[in-house]
Ligand binder design. Structure first.
Ligand code: SF4
Length: 314
């Protein structure tokens, strides 16, 4: 028997329902109607046409990521991270003063002492080198070696004698013979050491037979002594004997009249006194007062320097 229109309609409805049920099961029916859950859509997209729909809506959903400025801002924010080193600069800058401070701090400690002393020593070494090479007068051919100075370039007291003797010519140092030993005893009696005095002579080469250097020899050699004194800059010069006294003070006065009184050489106090060689020559003369007078003169020197004056000579 043929199906009635009503039966055909019912069958059609059943088929349609089954189709819809299949589509629903496959998720096809919901795609066009929901369109919101990106995750679900992403999973479905490859399977269903819904993919275009997802893409179509993507701009709206993707926009935020594009506005990834926040994301991009991250690197921008990272800039401060890069700027960190810049910020570290102050740290480094702060460290600089720290390095400089210790570098500057010791300077005052060193500056007042070593540079001055080292400067004097260096200047004197230059002069000494010139003296060693000097052949400016007739004393050069007969010398064994030149005799420059001994003592401390930073001393406040300079003792200036006449010229080297045999012992000095042999050793290259001034006042190391018998007269030198007496000078050392005088210095010791003053409660001073070699580190507190500077000792030199008018001429740097030994005159034959220990004679007094002549005018030509002194004129040729004394520029060295003047330069030495300019470098050492003593507070007091003790002129030992007539030759040193006459040169420094440009005087023809006798030692008796010159010694025991203060004189001046370029503003530096000068005390003339007897040469140790003279004191030794007259030591057996009961009438000689030379030894006592030297001690009197040395006490004046100590007073001038503000140093303690021993009660009696050693
Ligand atoms: S005595 Fe003086 S000037 Fe004469 S040769 Fe010696 S260093 Fe030179």
């Amino acid at each position: 028997m043929d199906a009635s229109p009503r039966d055909e309609l019912l069958q059609l409805i059943r088929d349609l329902g089954a189709q819809l049920a299949w589509q629903r099961e496959a998720g096809l029916v919901e795609v066009p109607t929901q369109g919101a859950t990106p995750v679900a859509r992403a999973a479905v997209a490859p399977v269903v046409v819904a993919a275009p729909a997802v893409i179509a809506q993507a701009p709206a959903a993707v926009t935020p990521p594009v506005v990834a400025p926040p994301v991009v801002a991250a690197p921008v924010v990272a800039a401060p991270v890069v700027a960190a080193p810049v910020v570290a600069a102050p740290v480094v800058a702060a460290a600089l003063p720290a390095r400089v401070t210790p570098a500057v701090a010791p300077a005052p400690v060193v500056a007042p002492v070593e540079p001055a002393a080292e400067g004097r020593s260096a200047a004197l070494r230059v002069i000494q080198g010139e003296v060693r090479a000097c052949v400016a007068c007739k004393l050069a051919p007969t010398r064994t070696q030149t005799v420059f100075a001994r003592g401390n370039p930073d001393a406040r007291i300079c003792f200036i004698g006449e010229g080297p003797g045999a012992d000095e010519d042999r050793t290259g140092l001034p006042f190391v013979g018998v007269a030198g030993q007496l000078l050392d005893r005088i210095i010791a009696a003053m409660r001073l050491s070699e580190e507190q005095v500077y000792i030199a002579n008018i001429v740097k080469c030994r005159p034959p037979n220990n004679r007094v250097p002549d005018h030509e020899e002194m004129s040729a050699c004394t520029p060295f002594l003047l330069r030495q004194l300019e470098v050492v800059k003593p507070d007091v010069i003790v002129a030992l004997g007539k030759t040193a006294t006459a040169f420094l003070l440009d005087s023809k006065g006798s030692m008796t009249s010159m010694r025991g009184r203060w004189h001046s050489w370029k503003g530096v106090a000068v005390m003339p006194t007897w040469h140790p060689s003279y004191v030794l020559r007259v030591r057996d003369d009961p009438k000689s007062t030379a030894r006592a007078e030297v001690w009197t003169d040395m006490k004046l020197v100590l007073e001038r320097l503000g140093l303690p004056v021993p009660a009696a000579r050693g």
